[in-house]
Write a protein that binds this ligand. Structure first.
Ligand SMILES: *Cc1c(COP(=O)(O)O)cnc(C)c1O
Length: 389
């Protein structure tokens, strides 16, 4: 029996462990110096002005929407092929959500579909306040085009780059916010670098950064210039918004800061694995992921699509065969509007036809820095047997 191969997993070094232990022996487990150090490291890497660390990317998306002023009555658009958090953040603010179908090659939000839907929405007086493109698998969206549409139709942009730290778009780091108001990263253990749980929101706009810092910590400020009255004394602080406790701990930040040192190596290894898959899968009845020449993907996920008319098994049968052979395939993602919660809001199966086609054929093969050639060969052997190729 082969050992189970997950679709993704963290890579923790002795140096990572030591940096967490160092925090445990220090004075501050939270609200200490390591969170700002981690924020600076990521901001420097991405060449962006401000970084706000939080306890998850979900929280980062929420405070990003709040900082951009998303409220009840507003409309937010995102991709249907994403984790539910990309859409839920708008619902948290009381806004309405809709989905833009994906591009058939990149599986990211289609700019053509976005442009069409904007033209119609303008006539109907229902333009979105915020659009949230998702860099699926780490492959950047066509941000320059989305930014142009944003200027034309006056919407704000949050990049959900949960899969994409370490990647590039037009030779610059994803996260630099050149084409967006805010970019969000996730540090969940399956993502590119990890803090256990954690996320970050990046921006070049000081006001947005300050708003996000407020929402991260109860809406409380200790800055006199932001207060409504003179301080009663040195203890004084003011709650000026309804915020949350979305703070990252120094324990988590220490892990993240240490992992940042290997970020480029992690992404490089993911590319080596993807290149090897590309060769090993060449003669199988599957579609391998297309890589846009304008981007350098973080390769968080490696999604293949079955050429179902060339094989005798169904999508489900292939998936189950791989799982029972201990190959931890996964499906990223069920189109969000198919979730019962979204169906109750009136969404119908078939809302985004390209997303449906993707959902009917696609799944993710294991990819993570520690995946060995031998394990990868095992994945291919099982896949070949299953496909009868
Ligand atoms: C993982 C993920 C999130 C949520 O990240 P958490 O840190 O687990 O909250 C959001 N969007 C996408 C696209 C993700 O993959």
């Amino acid at each position: 029996m082969n050992a189970h191969i997950p679709y993704g997993r963290q890579d923790i070094s002795e140096a990572d462990i030591q940096s967490v232990v160092d925090v445990l022996r220090s004075n501050y487990l939270t609200q200490g110096p390591v969170v700002p150090a981690f924020e600076s490291a990521v901001a420097n890497y991405c060449q962006v002005k401000h970084a706000v660390a939080v306890n998850s990317a979900t929280s980062a998306l929420h405070i990003a929407c709040l900082a951009l002023g998303v409220v009840e009555g507003d409309i937010v658009w995102t991709s249907p092929v994403t984790f539910v958090a990309s859409a839920n953040c708008a619902l948290y603010c009381g806004a309405e959500v809709d989905f833009i179908d994906i591009d058939s090659r990149t599986y990211n939000m289609s700019v053509e579909r976005l442009a069409e839907k904007l033209a119609k929405a303008k006539i109907a007086g229902r333009l979105p306040k915020v659009v949230i493109p998702v860099h699926l698998c780490g492959q950047p969206c066509d941000m320059a085009a989305i930014q142009l549409l944003g200027r034309q139709y006056n919407f704000k942009i949050i990049e959900d780059a949960s899969h994409a730290i370490g990647g590039k778009y037009l030779n610059e780091a994803i996260g630099n916010c050149r084409y967006s108001d805010i970019t969000v990263f996730s540090f969940h253990p399956v993502k590119i670098i990890t803090t256990g749980e954690g996320g970050m929101a990046l921006t070049n706009d000081l006001q947005l950064a300050k708003r996000m810092q407020l929402f991260r910590s109860h809406g409380i400020t200790r800055e006199v210039t932001d207060m409504t009255q003179a301080p009663d004394g040195p203890w004084y602080y003011e709650q000026i918004e309804l915020g949350f406790n979305y703070r990252m701990t120094d324990i988590q930040a220490a892990l993240g800061l240490s992992q940042m040192q290997r970020l480029d190596e992690f992404v490089f290894k993911r590319h080596a694995i993807a290149n090897r898959y590309e060769k090993l899968l060449a003669n199988l009845p599957v579609l391998t992921p297309w890589q846009h020449p304008e981007g350098y993907s973080g390769l968080h996920l490696y999604v293949i699509r079955l050429k179902l008319n060339e094989i005798k098994k169904s999508h489900l049968e292939v998936f189950e065969a791989l799982r029972s052979a201990e190959v931890g395939v996964n499906l990223h993602y069920i189109p969000v509007y198919r979730q019962p919660y979204y169906k109750r809001m009136g969404f119908k199966i078939g809302h985004c036809p390209e997303a449906e086609a993707y959902y009917a054929e696609g799944f993710s093969l294991p990819i993570y820095p520690g995946l060995t050639n031998q394990q990868q060969d095992q994945v291919i052997t099982v896949l070949k047997e299953t496909l009868g190729a």
